[in-house]
Design a protein around this ligand. Sequence first.
Ligand code: SF4
Length: 667
Amino acid sequence: MAKVVHAACPLNCWDSCGFKVTIEDGRVTKVEGDDEHPITKGKICGRGRMLEKRINSGERILHPLKKINGEFQQISWEQALDEIAIKLTEYKEQYGTTSVLHSHDYANGGLLINLDQRFFNCYGGVTEVTGSICWGSGIEAQSWDFGDAYSHAPGDLMNSKSIVVWGRNVARTNMHLYEELKKAQKSGAKLYVIDPIYNATAKIADQYISIKPGFDGFLAAGIIKEIVRLELEDREFIHNYSLGFEDLLSTLEKVSLTEISQFTEIPEETITQLARIYAERPVATMFGLGMQRYANGGNTIRLIDALVAVSGNVGIPGGGANFANRQVGQSFQIDTLTLSERKTASRSFTMMKQAEGILTAKDPEIKMAFVTCGNPLTQLPDTNKARTAFSSLETLVVMDQFMTDTAELADYILPVTSAFETEDVYYASMYHHFVNHGPKLVEPRGEAKTDEEIWRGLANRLGFGEDFAYTREEWLNLGLSSLKDYGITIEHLRENKFAELPVDKIPWQNRKFKTPSKKYEFTSGLGKEAGFTGEITLKMPAESTWSNQSLAEKYPYSLLSIHPLRSNHSQHFHVLGTVPEVKVEVSEDIANEKGLENGDIVKVWNNRGNIHGKISILKMAHPKTINIDEGMWRRFGGSVNQLTSDRESDNKLGSTVFDCLVNIEKV
Ligand code: SF4
């Protein structure tokens, strides 16, 4: 007998959708959208629907595995946890706890996923990874400017006169924002899309502005220059609520509008037009993540933030510098869950430099790594280096559901449950501010265990079991304790499926910023504290004609690696139903220059690696632009990150995976 119950999407995605899941004979058979969800309203994407395939897949790892003489063999949980606990004890005694690396990413948006940090804190503190391959530069940049990265609530777009979607294909990655854009257009808002690719979002725009990859900060600088020249700046905001505007003006004097037009490959008149648009408030700016994955990524976001501020679009209905919505994650009692005070030793590598860190760390060397919620062998920049690094470890433990590129290298694989096999609550700090309940719908397949059960099993063996002696319900109420006064408890969520979190729907409306000066900081105090000048600088990408001419002669094309349409990063390629292949999308000028046609097989390469794939010609893309979607597994042709650099961005906390020049030839 089939029954339909509510659930939530666990994937790392802007939309954090509500689900209706069909269960038949103890098995999930269908995943659909919950039309009662206030934001996602019954619509979900293929990645969400494919969770049914993921849970039921014949490729699921259902038992603990140990690699013996190069082959994986099934072992019992007792053996797996005993042996891993012995290794953790030995490494701690011989080398100290930081000889263990915890490598994690964001494969699952559940609240209790954070218990991994509690485990490693109670162990004594391991080597951790900081920053983010995905959005690290932008988060840091907005922290410097505003004090944090907050977005307006989705419905606020109805107050906007203009909406600028800057480097973000919401039709692919944020489908409910796409619907909101169309709604706002119907009620009179104008939509502008700035992007190197003429994507599905650009197609519905009132105006598409094609930009040279990596030069978005220069465009923002040009628009600010024009706003100031035309005396359209918001003097009241600048005078009363900001710090460092004069520094910004001196920086902008270093570049002319003509130069900006050359760098961005955007006509001067368009830059002037954008200045007038920004000055006619309210303008909502919806940032994408790609443009901050450059060596100049932090400054790019700071320049666009500065544009939003100078034009008077901060803290007003219909405005905003909408990059991320960290108020959502901050609503939960994460500290209580993670017990950071238990940590007595610490060391960190940035996420980008974890392979380098593994290869070069001394006192102590990295002996063991624990991978949770991630697939670094596919997702880290410079995956060839990542492979060398992770292969060099004495012990690699991977918690996963599938034999990913990373799991293949492991010494132990611990099979974890899927989202539908355990209860949790789900949220995303990117877009809307609702938390969704995800009940346990079916029994775990095989011997899969929840992350929490695995941590408890290890904690018991290592002598800090009392810190894990909680039921799942107790954990959830602990994480939700900060919301109790708002009536949001696990009981409430079980009954109501979702709840609206108490966050500001129009951030910074009171003009009280979270910066050291409590003002909007064009020159950042936090930046100075972090060892930088704090001033915005006009930086080029590391790999461009303007910054490295000889490299650009050898590798003349800009390589982007955008989110795939049908897979959440690397999570779905093996359940697509067809064998996936690497698609190399090229702008029309490259196809003409190299004599390429759709379907041709090409090699794309640079000094870090090479990849083969099938050509698809991108109509109206910015000249000299190539895209290969990120996330592809080795067995299907390999990750685009074989070509990307592990260089850190200007504020050190972001990746530079889009800052990548390549060459291409037909094979
Ligand atoms: S991946 Fe995103 S859009 Fe798709 S179902 Fe999940 S939350 Fe919704």
